[in-house]
Design a protein around this ligand. Structure first.
Ligand code: SF4
Ligand code: SF4
Ligand code: FES
Length: 255
C-alpha cells in the first residue's frame, strides 16, 4: 500500500538553516532512509545524508526523527501514523556540516583519550585464557556500532558544549568500564588506574545514571546498568576502601 507522507527535513549548514517541507510517496515496508533517498531522487538532489549499510550495522545514518535520536535505516515508516508529519533533523549534540550530516569528530577525540588494553607481560598472545563469564560481559559492549546516538542523547553534552572537554560520554565511559573489568588488562601493574582516570579524566561523575543513553542504543546495550553503574561502584569502592585510602596515603608520603 502506498500513501503520501508529509516530511519536514532540516536543510542548512554551519551558518544556519531551517526545516523544509516535502510531500513524498511512501511504500509498504520502507524505512525513513528510503524516503530520504526518494527525496534525493525526486525533489532534493543536493540533500546531504550519511549512510553506508542500510542494515543497522555501520552506524553512519544517525539523526533525529521527531526529536528522538535514531538510525534512519532502522526506523520503519509503519511506526508513524500516515497522517503524521515526520520531522528529520541532524544530531543536535554535534556541529552540523550540511543538512543531516554532522561532524562527529568529538567522538574520535574522546576515543583516543582512553588508553588501550595493556597486555599482561607474563603471557604471550595465544596464551590468554578467560572465564566465559568475563568474555560474555565485554561482548555486550563489543556490539557497539559507534553510531554515537548515546553521545547525542546524553544531557551532559547535548546542550552543554562547555562540558565536552571534561566528559567522554556514555560510549567511551563504557569502553573504560570494559577495560577496567577485563581480567587480563595489566593497566594497574603499569601504573594506570582506570577507576581514577574514569573519574578525573573522563568525567564519570557527570553521569547521573538517567539511562537515556541506554534507551536510544540500537544494539540494546545496557550501557547504564552494565557499564556505567558498575564502573561508578568500583570507583567509589576504590575511593572509600580503607586499604586503598591507606595505600594511597603511604604512596603519597613516599613520593
Ligand atoms: S546515564 Fe549517564 S551517560 Fe547515560 S545519558 Fe544519562 S547521564 Fe548520560
Ligand atoms: S553504545 Fe549503542 S548508542 Fe552508543 S555508539 Fe554504541 S551502538 Fe550507538
Ligand atoms: S546505514 Fe548503516 S546503520 Fe544505517
Amino acid at each position: 500500500m502506498t500513501h503520501t507522507a508529509h516530511f519536514k527535513v532540516w536543510r542548512g549548514d554551519a551558518e544556519g538553516g531551517g526545516l523544509a517541507d516535502y510531500d513524498i510517496e511512501v511504500n509498504e515496508g520502507e524505512v525513513v532512509l528510503d524516503i530520504i533517498h526518494r527525496l534525493q531522487a525526486t525533489q532534493a538532489p543536493d540533500l546531504a545524508v550519511r549512510w553506508n549499510c542500510k542494515a543497522g550495522k555501520c552506524g553512519s545514518c544517525s539523526a533525529e526523527i521527531n526529536g528522538r535520536p535514531r538510525l534512519l535505516c532502522m526506523t520503519r515508516m509503519s511506526v508513524f501514523d500516515p497522517a503524521e508529519t515526520v520531522t528529520v533533523t541532524p544530531m543536535r549534540a554535534f556541529p552540523v556540516m550540511r543538512d543531516l550530516v554532522t561532524d562527529v569528530s568529538f567522538n574520535y577525540t574522546k576515543a583516543r583519550e582512553v588508553p588501550a588494553f595493556v597486555p599482561p607481560p607474563e603471557l604471550e598472545p595465544g596464551e590468554y585464557r578467560m572465564m566465559q563469564e568475563d568474555v560474555g560481559r565485554s561482548q555486550e559492549f563489543r556490539k557497539c556500532i559507534e553510531c554515537f546516538l548515546c553521545q547525542d542523547t546524553c544531557h551532559v553534552v547535548r546542550d552543554h558544549e562547555e562540558n565536552k572537554p571534561a566528559f567522554a560520554g556514555p560510549r567511551f565511559l563504557m569502553r573504560v568500564a570494559e577495560l577496567d573489568m577485563h581480567p587480563l588488562d595489566a593497566a594497574a601493574e603499569s601504573g594506570l588506574d582506570r577507576k581514577r582516570t574514569a573519574q578525573e579524566e573522563h568525567g564519570l561523575g557527570y553521569c547521573n545514571i538517567t539511562k537515556c543513553c541506554t534507551e536510544v542504543c540500537p544494539e540494546n546495550i545496557k550501557i547504564t546498568d552494565n557499564a556505567l553503574i558498575p564502573l561508578k561502584e568500583r570507583a567509589a569502592d576504590r575511593k572509600y576502601d580503607p586499604l586503598v585510602w591507606l595505600g594511597n596515603k603511604i604512596r603519597r608520603r613516599g613520593e
